[in-house]
Design a protein around this ligand. Structure first.
Ligand SMILES: Cc1ncc(COP(=O)(O)O)c(C=O)c1O
Length: 415
């Protein structure tokens, strides 16, 4: 029997939103998940208890310092980091990655190489491509269009000692492919390259363990996993300590503060602690009442198992249903392949934006376009058609919502 997470749907106030008499069905989790109440309460709680800046001697500044440490600790647990000092916060993943790329480039010279991928979001491509103006050579791993996976043979051929950085996504936000990071990181390490992983999409669906991955840096965004709009950077201590960040003079030269320019989004960071606790709470459903004490990391990992067990059968229903509609084309791996429950599709003869608008009108919220996975949509030759329509799952989605999505697609495909 599938795991029951129906209790948790009630935790998301946004499921009560309605449009044209239809209840909102949120299928744009890859664009950002909804907030559970405990995250909203934590954000409001910070604001109500007294905003303050850091490193002072009165009550609320001391509380803010403590909250920031707690949040770093929570993110360290979420990502499997060794220490909370390996966790930095920022405006979002893109901004943090620009800071990271510019800092790493300070130690590079013309002719050095950086490898990115055709599958990635531009947030893990453009910051590296901008370095071409310094004479750095940027190469991109091609995508195999038949299943939207990376061409690892290309990477094996191209990796060489001039490569200084390999920047790769954990999972594609457009088509859901989960990349073979073990292979990529091993190849990068074989030539001493720094590895930068974009885990923004993956963090909503699968457990992350930076220590077993062995990456140097990993980035994610709390708003994709039930938290507020803040970015998170993990930097392995050895790599983070060497990083020559651009910073203001009074700023600490040590990790993690050395990359945190300006005042952080305190209320967002307060909310992100509860995003981790929310995932851990899902884990309790799997762990059950076994009389044992489970630490936060075990509960978080179990939480991702709960997500997987809940979302996978729904995803199968979604993919099988779409496959059965005449004129619908799906992109990427089969439903049970190495992927997240995020599907991309097109409808013959209908512009992607017309499909998304039709679905939106009946309360089925999907996104269309390239979602900044711009290169992938170019490679798939879908620019003229408005890109793809993307539907991704979250724990608040239901069988009934999936069936509504399928009925609405069928309706527009048969016109
Ligand atoms: C895979 C992936 N990487 C990076 C980003 C950019 O994240 P942010 O909005 O935090 O800059 C996104 C946002 O959609 C994404 O899906």
């Amino acid at each position: 029997m599938a795991i029951d997470l129906s209790y948790y749907r009630k935790e998301f106030p946004a499921v009560e939103v309605a449009v044209n008499g239809y209840k909102a069905a949120y299928f744009d989790s890859a664009g950002g998940t909804q907030f559970p109440k405990q995250v909203i309460d934590a954000m409001v709680g910070y604001c109500e208890q007294g905003n303050a800046n850091i490193h002072g001697f009165y009550l609320t500044t001391i509380q803010t310092d403590e909250m920031l440490l707690k949040a770093r600790e929570a993110m360290a647990v979420l990502l499997g980091a060794k220490s909370r000092d390996e966790i930095a916060f920022g405006a979002n993943m893109t901004t943090l990655n620009f800071s990271l790329s510019r800092a790493l480039a300070r130690d590079m010279k013309p002719g050095d190489e950086i490898i990115i991928t055709d599958l990635d979001h531009e947030a893990n491509r453009s910051p590296w491509m901008e370095l071409e103006e310094q004479g750095i050579v940027v190469k991109s791993v091609p995508v195999r269009t038949e299943d939207c996976t990376l061409d690892y043979d290309w990477l094996r051929r191209e990796i060489n000692p001039r490569v200084r950085v390999v920047a790769v996504g954990y999972a594609s936000n457009a088509v859901g492919t989960v990349n073979d990071l073990e292979t990529v990181i091993k190849l990068a390490k074989s030539v001493g390259a720094t590895t930068v992983v974009d885990a923004v999409h993956y963090a909503a669906h699968g457990p992350i363990d930076v220590q077993s991955l062995g990456c140097d840096f990993l980035l994610c965004s709390a708003y994709k996993f039930f938290g507020p709009h803040i970015g998170v950077l993990y930097g392995k201590t050895e790599a983070f300590e060497c990083l020559k960040t651009y910073k203001v003079r009074p700023q600490s030269p040590n990790p993690p503060n050395k990359i945190e320019t300006g005042t952080l989004n305190h209320e967002g960071i307060a909310g992100s602690i509860e995003a981790v606790n929310f995932i851990a709470g899902l884990g309790d459903v799997v762990l059950g009442d076994d009389g044992q004490e489970h630490n936060l990391r075990d509960r978080v990992v179990a939480g991702y198992r709960a997500l997987e067990e809940y979302e996978r059968p729904l995803f199968r229903r979604l993919v099988d249903g779409l496959r059965g509609i005449d004129g619908v084309t799906l992109y990427g791996l089969p439903w049970n392949g190495s992927r997240t429950p995020t599907v991309a599709f097109t409808v013959d003869g209908v512009h992607a934006s017309d499909v998304a608008r039709h679905l939106g009108d009946v309360g089925v919220f999907v996104m269309c376009g390239d979602f900044y996975a711009t290169k992938l949509i170019e490679v798939l030759d879908l620019v003229e058609r408005g890109g793809v329509i993307r539907a991704g799952l979250a724990p608040y989605n239901t069988v009934e919502e999936v069936d509504r999505l399928l009925a609405a697609v069928e309706e527009i495909a048969s016109r």
